[in-house]
Write a protein that binds this ligand. Sequence first.
Ligand code: FAD
Length: 424
Amino acid sequence: DTVVVLFDRDLRVHDHPALAAACEEARQVVPLFVVDPAMPEGPRRGFLAECLADLRGSLRERGGELAIRRGDPVAEAMRLAGELSAQAVFTGLDVGSPARRRQRRLARECANARMEFRGFPGVTIVPPGALRPSGGGDHYRVFTPYWRAWSRHRRRQVLKAPGMVVVPGGLDPGPLPVPGHRPHELFRGGETVGRRRARQWLRHCVADYADGHDDLAGNRTSKLSPYLRFGCVSPLELESLAEDGDAFVRQLCWRDFFHQVTEAFPRIDRDDYRPRGHDWHDDRDAAQAWKEGMTGIPIVDAGVRQLLAEGWMHNRARMIVASFLVKRLRVDWRIGAEFFSERLLDGDVANNHGNWQWVAGTGNDTRPNRTVNHLRQARRFDPDGEYVRRYVPELAAVPPNAVHEPWRSPVGVGGYPAPLVTTD
Ligand code: FAD
């Protein structure tokens, strides 16, 4: 018998529940990825192409193959399953409206074709929906009680990569997508790179995370987010290896937290989770300056320019930059979230829109009116201005005590704009 395994945000062979089950239960397994032709050209597409090349290589090493098709994942999975007279389609389960619609359609089409459909959790450590607050409700709205319940929850076993993958003879592999852009050299896609990075991080750096993670100029966070986003690295396996890494594991829990919020509220990318009647300013010029890293506020511009250059931004900078847009410029969080999700290698609905709503005060923050003072944050987390100078070269000559407020600087700032707003 034959099982098609439809990959999506789980581009790995280690700890892959659907692949492991298929290899154990079926004689022949057909790993499949369907490229969405509508995916915009850009670094994320380049990262995906590298992930697929790596996954194909790992499957071939095990005697298998990765079939690649283009189009609608449901239609392509059903077409291939039909051609190969497969008995079942297995896939990983994900959250958010499009993913859930796709899973429902796939289940329906399988039922119509009298094929088995099976969905496997695996995108998070604890499956969304597995934990329910004792006071009622279908998900946790507040992080700390979730963290407590999450820490106590029993984990499934971390699964080994299959030793062998047997594909049906004559399977057409299909071409790898050819990306127009490669991602920044800091982030090469794929499980092989992701596992290497995870190993190095866990061995040498994780113990310093609690002290160092807010240091904007230092590279003291894992930078594993793109690998988690595409599932090159299993969060469960990462957690299981993270000794001395409580502070780091807590961040993985934030990731799970936003996934379980998104499972319960799949319209998180569009609708306010907690509507509070905001009156957003339709200030397109300000939003445009923000998107270009030209607000004249160095800490904000440095963050955005890091994103434009690398496809990634430090978490502390994300908070400052997002808060500046929604709380200071009073621009709708959806505009910022949309921009982030186009540019971030790690951009995904649960984490991106969940965090944006958190910052905007429409999400899960228990103190929705909190404001982030960008100047104070800049002085605290980039005390020497090293981060700002790295991404805003116009300020290279500005002395350290003025680098966060160049409008007070005695030296010229070579074309750098005057600040959009001056008070904090
Ligand atoms: P580390 O600090 O090493 O943390 C390890 C992992 O924990 C991360 O890779 C990530 O998977 C998870 N994590 C850490 N912080 C958070 C958090 N606040 N929420 C959820 N998960 C977290 N993260 C994304 O993965 N995708 C996004 O699209 C995204 N958008 C964001 C938008 C805003 C406005 C803000 C404030 C945060 C956003 N984050 C997002 C969360 C966080 O900034 C990144 O996960 C983190 O900076 C990634 O870098 P790292 O891998 O070095 O993280």
